[in-house]
Design a protein around this ligand. Structure first.
Ligand SMILES: [Zn+2]
Length: 589
């Protein structure tokens, strides 16, 4: 394959020369990068990997796949020493389609205007489009994703596409022939989830082009014109083309909403845009796009990619980029969030609980065509454990495999280097249970974490994980799963202790040091039932002792946190401190 004989210091970029060379791991990113380079015909020119998104609402975790799929492929090409750019188009010149719930219904007057021309209902940004771009830009920066961003409003208004618009209009019969061929193949899918419904809405948006065509009744077929002006009077795209002069390139239109009748000249004025199905392939041609992903629905027959593939060839004599279709990203464990603030979670929401490399890892470790779920519930704890264990594996060069490759891709970027991870890695389950038990400050949690055996110089050594564990505990763990430490002793239970229970508590309190450390407390908590059966603290437990331990632990949970279970007892006791434990476990006299 064409790789231009460039030198690369990265083993992932090289293929084994023969069977004696150890096998270098590869993944979907390796293959997509190969395809992009093949599409470019080698490595002598800048390779363009493109993403696109319409800032019409919050960019949810499903849309994030668009950005990250391109990011990882561009990074892989960069690692090989090949010039590459991640070009991101903000489709902010798309029309505002509908007023979402929660927005003043008076915003309906903006329907049909470009997203960049609709005011921000929350008043914090200069437009609707910017309001939804800004938080994603911040989240992407935190994730080390660098892109060359393009505003379609700016490009169109600046006349950047004027030649291509004239070319499309000149070839409108050819375009119509292609669209007509696919129009008959369209089948209506049934949405199975909210996210699929959103995607379906996008594809319905694609179909708007055709819809306009079907309602067009004039014999000249102007309704199927590939270019749509925004009304000069009211700014909406509720315009109907009434005439077009190929000689002068004057386009006449009337506005269905305000009644304005005007003329715009396609060679000298920039007041509208190509319909989506022509717009996309036009940009592949202008930007020289070598790789661009899309939702799997974009790749079905009659979808924008399949149609665009034909159009880019027929109209612009160019080739469609290599394409990867990606599946949906589901979301779970949001019960608490959804009820409190509603809506689908964004990258910023996920970054409140996941370290940036972990969020990246969720997207790189699966093939794009595989759907996956971002789970904000108890699964977060397991996810962190899995990540930490993969990190230990990655530290051993002999164990480098596809999983480690995904870890490397998630952990660092060419520009940002290694993304922030804690200097001292404390298991997320420890940080979150300490945060849960103490509901305290970062400093307090830091002190307890030190007592449970994780030495560190300052709280900063535990970041960014500590803050994320605190946020997760406070905002994502449902109340019934939170630990509530008793504020006063359970007098009723303490006066009803049986002989064994009384003995256990007395032994525990008798031996409990004022300064608690995890090992001593662990040995004591497990050992007390041994002492009362005549064994030593370090002796192996008998069956009888095991049964006693179970009973004893249940009693401790009851007396300390008024529950049947909770965080690991030694951690809980160290977190509470000797004074609180004594207060809650001492029977009244
Ligand atoms: Zn108008």
């Amino acid at each position: 394959m064409a790789r231009g004989g460039r030198a690369s210091s990265d083993p992932a970029a090289e293929r084994p020369a023969d069977r004696d060379t150890p096998r270098v791991p590869t993944d979907w990113v390796t293959r997509a990068a190969d395809d992009a380079i093949r599409h470019a015909g080698g490595t002598d020119r800048l390779i363009t990997c493109a993403s696109g998104a319409s800032p019409s609402g919050p960019v949810h975790l499903g849309n994030l796949r668009e950005f990250l799929t391109v990011h990882f492929v561009a990074e892989e090409i960069r690692r090989r020493g090949v010039p590459v750019r991640h070009l991101h188009s903000w489709d902010d010149y798309d029309r505002f389609r509908k007023v979402p719930a929660g927005v003043d219904p008076s915003w309906a007057e903006h329907i049909g205007r470009p997203l960049s021309a609709v005011p921000d209902p929350w008043g914090c940004h200069d437009s609707w489009a910017t309001h939804f771009k800004a938080p994603l830009q911040a989240a992407l920066a935190e994730m080390g994703v660098e892109m060359e961003e393009v505003s379609q409003t700016e490009r169109y208004r600046a006349g950047a596409y004027r030649d291509e618009i004239l070319t499309a209009v000149r070839h409108r019969d050819r375009i119509e022939a292609v669209l007509a061929r696919f129009r008959t193949k369209k089948a209506a899918p049934t949405p199975e989830s909210e996210q699929e419904a959103a995607a379906l809405e996008d594809s319905v948006a694609d179909a708007d082009d055709d819809l306009a065509a079907d309602t067009g009744s004039d014999s000249a077929g102007w309704a199927r014109f590939p270019y749509k002006p925004y009304c000069r009077e009211c700014g909406r795209d509720t315009t109907e083309v009434t005439a077009y002069d190929d000689e002068s390139t004057d386009l006449s239109y009337t506005c269905a909403v305000c009644g304005f009748a005007g003329v715009t000249n396609l060679a000298t004025q920039s007041e509208g845009k190509l319909v989506w199905k022509v717009d996309w392939p036009m940009r592949w041609s202008v930007e020289g796009v070598d790789f661009e992903p899309g939702g799997v629905d974009h790749a079905s027959p009659g979808s924008s990619y399949t149609v665009g593939k034909e159009l880019v060839k027929d109209v612009y004599g160019a080739r469609a980029p290599s394409f990867v279709g990606y599946s949906f990203v589901g979301v779970a464990g949001m019960a608490k969030m959804s009820s409190s603030r509603g809506g689908v979670p964004t990258a910023a929401d996920a970054l409140k609980v996941l370290e940036a490399p972990i969020l990246r890892w969720l997207y790189v470790r699966r093939q794009p065509k595989q759907a996956f779920t971002v789970d904000f519930g108890p699964e977060v704890v397991r996810l962190y454990d899995e990540w930490d264990s993969l990190g230990r594996k990655a530290a051993d060069p002999a164990r480098r495999d596809a999983q480690v490759l995904a870890f490397e891709r998630a952990s660092a970027t060419a520009a940002a280097g290694t993304l922030p991870t804690p200097t001292v890695v404390v298991p997320f389950r420890v940080l979150s249970s300490v945060a849960d038990v103490t509901a305290g400050s970062a400093e307090q949690i830091g002190r307890i974490v030190e007592h449970v055996g994780h030495r560190h110089d300052s709280v900063a050594d535990l970041e960014p994980r500590l803050s994320k564990a605190m946020t997760w505990t406070a905002e994502f763990v449902p109340a019934e799963d939170r630990t509530t430490v008793r504020s006063t002793p359970d007098v009723e239970r303490l006066t009803a202790l049986d002989e064994d229970e009384e003995l256990w508590l007395a032994q525990l309190l008798d031996r409990l040091p004022d300064d608690l450390d995890l090992d001593a407390v662990t040995s004591l908590v497990y050992g007390v039932p041994k002492l009362t059966r005549g064994l030593g603290l370090d002796d192996a437990p008998t069956e009888q002792v095991k049964a006693d331990q179970k009973k004893f632990f249940g009693l401790l949970y009851r007396l300390l946190v008024a529950a049947d279970r909770g965080p690991r007892l030694p951690t809980l006791i160290v977190a509470l401190g000797a004074d609180t434990v004594r207060t809650l476990l001492t029977p009244p006299r």
